[in-house]
Write a protein that binds this ligand. Structure first.
Ligand SMILES: [Zn+2]
Length: 80
């Protein structure tokens, strides 16, 4: 249920309204359609992810390692 919280610009009244489709509510106090929408308590929850957005980098020694063995250099396997 899309329940939004509004504040009337005219009389500053805050109220919640159920909004269906493109219906726009009016102030229940003064019937003004000049409203600003506030964050709803129960309409939706927006949760931001933590800082960083870490991506795990796999440590690789492939740049210096022999392709046919897991050694750090080719000195142990005789290639190159
Ligand atoms: Zn009002």
């Amino acid at each position: 249920m899309p329940i939004y919280e509004y504040q009337c610009h005219a009389c500053k009244k805050e109220f919640e309204a159920l909004v269906l489709g493109k219906d726009t509510p009016v102030c229940p106090s003064c019937s003004s359609p000049d409203l600003s929408r506030l964050m709803s308590k129960c309409g939706f929850v927006s949760k931001s992810t933590g800082p960083g957005g870490e991506s795990q980098v796999t440590a690789s020694s492939a740049s210096s390692a022999c392709t046919s063995c897991s050694a750090g250099s080719c000195a142990s396997c005789g290639m190159g």
